[in-house]
Design a protein around this ligand. Structure first.
Ligand SMILES: CC(C)c1onc(-c2c(Cl)cccc2Cl)c1COc1ccc(-c2ccc3[nH]c(C(=O)O)cc3c2)cc1
Length: 232
């Protein structure tokens, strides 16, 4: 059937895309990836700085999602805490799939591989990065998928799940139409994108273990990361 994106869906798309493009890690922070210290300690500190900067970027992006600020305030916090790791996997995955300037991709991978993360988490992590790269998502799809991840109703401690569901459904509807228009010869493309969200949720579990093993080796996080990840 003829698929058309309505005027208000176009407006929603534009708001999400502008927010997504506006809120990027500051280039002076991203450039630190290129500095030449490569010890596990140095890498951990740098990744901690990037994650902290990325959480700040994520909060700003989330505030621009139409309807988010009208949600119950405690639910807003519960959604941010529940989705932060997944949103950061999505964002860091885009660094790997997009050919970054001056080889950021290679150095980010090298630093992640040598930052005290155990081998058993490396495989699922880099499999995810590869599976995102293979999708060749356009910016609009990346922005919508991030908003959809944040608006997941069944995060821990969310009280009014229906209010979150309504916001997520309107994003899913726009993404579904966009996928059909962008990939007419791949009717299952939308389903493949949603399959990545399922894969993301399994990474949460690995990430919790990563945090525990870092803490066992007395690694310190920033106050913002401690707050969002309920550590220390
Ligand atoms: C606290 C640190 C050690 C940490 O714990 N878990 C993770 C962790 C890990 Cl490894 C993997 C996945 C998720 C998390 Cl959340 C991390 C490091 O997290 C990030 C690392 C890099 C980036 C990131 C995001 C956007 C970027 N753009 C550019 C650019 O060059 O433009 C570089 C860049 C880096 C984001 C989070």
């Amino acid at each position: 059937e003829k698929i058309e994106i309505t005027k208000e869906q176009q407006a929603l798309m534009k708001i999400i895309l502008d927010a997504y493009n506006r809120h990027q890690i500051p280039q002076d922070v991203a450039k630190k990836l290129l500095q030449d210290q490569y010890s596990a300690e140095e890498n951990f500190l740098l990744l901690t700085e990037m994650a902290t900067s990325q959480v700040q970027v994520l909060v700003e992006f989330t505030k621009n999602i139409p309807g988010f600020l009208s949600l119950d305030h405690e639910d807003q916090i519960a959604l941010l805490k529940g989705s932060a790791v997944e949103a950061m996997f999505l964002r860091s995955a885009q660094v790997f799939s997009r050919k970054m300037p001056k080889g950021h991709t290679e150095v980010l991978e090298a630093r992640i591989r040598k930052s005290g993360i155990s081998e058993e988490f490396m495989t699922p992590m880099f499999n995810f990065y590869k599976s995102i790269g293979e999708l060749h998502m356009v910016q609009e799809e990346q922005a919508l998928l991030t908003a959809i991840t944040i608006l997941t109703p069944d995060r821990p401690h969310v009280k009014d799940q229906h209010a979150v569901e309504r916001l997520q459904e309107s994003m899913l509807d726009v993404l579904r139409k966009l996928c059909a228009l962008q990939h007419p010869q791949e009717p299952q493309y939308f389903a493949r994108l949603l399959g990545r969200l399922t894969e993301l949720r399994t990474l949460n579990h690995y990430h919790t273990e990563m945090l525990t093993s870092w803490r066992m080796n007395d690694h310190k996080f920033t106050p913002l990361l401690c707050e969002i990840w309920d550590v220390q």
